[in-house]
Design a protein. Structure first.
Length: 341
């Protein structure tokens, strides 16, 4: 049995109707997001943008936790409240991204291994002191000719399990994120087979390294056609393939599966999560841990202007609410064009 404390946190993160906001963009990723709206990526703009998200009134009805970046967990709102404490005061659980990025994997052209294990025990202790109660580590896999290799799949699974074990030792819930990238022209069947191999390796390593699954969450890709594939699987097919793969590969001891949005549009990410939950009940909670799919409309509404903060918060609240409804399969695509706030 996982320490009851860890299981309670994992379960709170996937409470009915709620999911996670991924606001842990690294400096280079947030720069890309800000470039797209013509905003300079400096520390104050990053802080102001994250404050906008974290102070959105009522978002906590649908948001159980927020993943922060190293810079963000040390920042505060204008009134001087540290972000982790601000989130906690709303009943939102602070989390932290602890990997140090996907780097080229030696002897495997085009493949990556995620770094960040050295010194991780000490960093986790510090993050816990700053308020983090859960963490995230992302590995990436590319679908191509001969990739992902078994070498890439197993080295990343090993690292994910080492990270997860260290998190549990530090009384932090590990979110394990093996992301099979959906770039390319592969069909949905190929995405299913690759994701299945990745999950098999991951749960083998987690077991071998004695990670208590009850105190973990899985953050995977949905199973999609490649973004440039000529034929795109429908939302129903995505739901069917995704559920089939997870039923075969993810033990029921895992409390929840929180999807990343990848390159899906915000509306697609919601509609597919809804289709998945409409097929319930399932052995695990099926929720979201979206970055782009929760933030895209807010970023567009904000464009770095103080006068747009309220409109941006409304846009974020609306996406959070729609995804909250998708948790129970009760979202309706008509809401996108209706005046639903
Ligand atoms: P996206 O939802 O934008 O894919 O981001 C989620 C995430 O945290 C990726 O690591």
């Amino acid at each position: 049995m996982a320490a009851p404390e860890l299981e309670l946190i994992a379960r709170a993160l996937v409470a009915p109707g709620k999911g996670i906001l991924a606001a842990d963009e690294s400096d280079s990723t947030i720069k890309k997001r800000f470039d797209s709206i013509g905003v300079e990526s400096n520390e104050e703009n990053r802080r102001a943008y994250r404050e906008l998200l974290f102070t959105t009134a009522g978002a906590e009805e649908f948001i159980s936790g927020v993943i922060l970046f190293d810079e963000t967990i040390r920042q505060s709102s204008v009134d001087g409240t540290a972000f982790p404490q601000l989130l906690e005061s709303k009943g939102v659980i602070p989390g932290i991204k602890v990997d140090q990025g996907a780097k080229p994997l030696a002897n495997a052209p085009g493949e990556t291994i995620t770094e960040g294990l050295d010194g991780l025990r000490d960093r986790l202790a510090e993050y816990r002191g700053l308020g983090a109660r859960f963490a995230k580590w992302r590995a990436t896999y590319t679908i191509g000719a001969g990739t992902p290799s078994e070498y890439c799949i197993w080295t990343n699974a090993h690292a994910l399990a080492r990270y997860a074990a260290l998190c549990q030792e530090a009384r932090i819930v590990p979110i394990v994120e093996p992301e099979v990238l959906m770039d390319g022209d592969h069909d949905v069947e190929r995405a299913y087979h690759v994701t299945s191999r990745v999950l098999f390796a991951l749960y083998t390593e987690l077991h071998d390294q004695k990670v208590q699954l009850e105190g973990t969450l899985l953050k995977p890709n949905m199973i999609l056609s490649g973004y440039s594939a000529p034929t795109q699987a429908s939302d129903d097919e995505v739901a069917d393939y995704t559920l089939r793969c997870f039923r075969e590969r993810v033990p029921a001891a895992v409390p929840g599966i929180v999807f990343l949005s990848g390159g899906q549009s915000d509306e697609q990410a919601t509609a597919r999560l809804n289709a998945i939950n409409a097929r319930g009940p399932h052995p695990w909670e099926l929720s979201f841990s979206y970055g782009r799919a929760l933030q895209a409309p807010a970023l567009k509404a904000w464009v770095g202007e103080r006068g747009n903060v309220e409109a941006a918060q409304q846009a974020y609240y609306r996406r959070a609410k729609f995804n909250g409804a998708a948790r129970s399969g009760t979202y309706a695509p008509e809401w996108e064009t209706a005046d639903v706030a």
